[in-house]
Design a protein around this ligand. Structure first.
Ligand code: FMN
Length: 169
């Protein structure tokens, strides 16, 4: 799939078919995601494919409402950043990880997969962080939902280009 088309075709999907995305495909997505721009090549990103035991553990700590939301996607990939000590580089590390998430979403779209960038509030809380064994320095950037599409979400309106683009003399 052409890049322009993947950019236009990507949507936030909330309904998925039941078949999980195989580990090999998730590895391909991660391999592509790590090509994102990254000042000083700090490799700040960490990707975790959540297995059944981890997901069962999460079910127990996120609360019933959130657990039901998590069950919608057959595959969950947690993306975190381990920001550098230097505050400027730390900000760049978080931005680079966000760029990596977007690359992952586009690569998933290119493979005909549905995806969803989520940042559930509970993933900032200690019980969830403990269940995932996150290092205290790690910042959750995205809980990426992946799976076969089960609906065709409409494109959401964006601010027009004339509102967001200008040419400086
Ligand atoms: C940093 C970030 C965090 C997001 N977190 C959430 C979230 O927690 N819940 C949610 O429903 N959507 C979340 N989204 C997805 C946006 O809501 C979605 O991209 C937006 O509504 C536009 O829809 P589209 O992706 O179909 O174009 C997040 C997106 C970004 C970039």
């Amino acid at each position: 799939m052409e890049v322009d088309h993947a950019i236009r075709a990507r949507r936030t999907h909330k309904q998925y078919g039941p078949e999980p995305v195989g580990e090999a495909v998730v590895r391909e997505l991660v391999e592509l995601a790590r090509q994102a721009p990254n000042h000083k090549l700090t490799s700040p990103w960490r990707f975790r494919l959540l297995g059944p035991e981890t997901r069962a553990q999460l079910d127990g700590v996120v609360g019933e409402k959130e657990a039901a939301k998590l069950r919608r996607a057959p595959t969950l990939v947690l993306v975190t950043a381990v920001p550098s000590e230097d505050p400027v580089l730390a900000e760049e590390d978080r931005l680079a990880t966000a760029a990596a998430v977007y690359a992952l979403l586009l690569a998933a779209t290119g493979r005909g997969l549905a995806s969803y960038w989520r940042t559930p509030a509970s993933f900032r809380e200690p019980p969830v962080r403990e269940a995932l064994a996150l290092d205290p320095r790690e910042v959750v950037i995205a809980l990426v939902h992946l799976g076969p599409p089960a609906s065709e979400p409409p494109q959401k309106e964006r601010a027009p280009v004339d509102e967001i683009f200008s040419v400086l003399p």
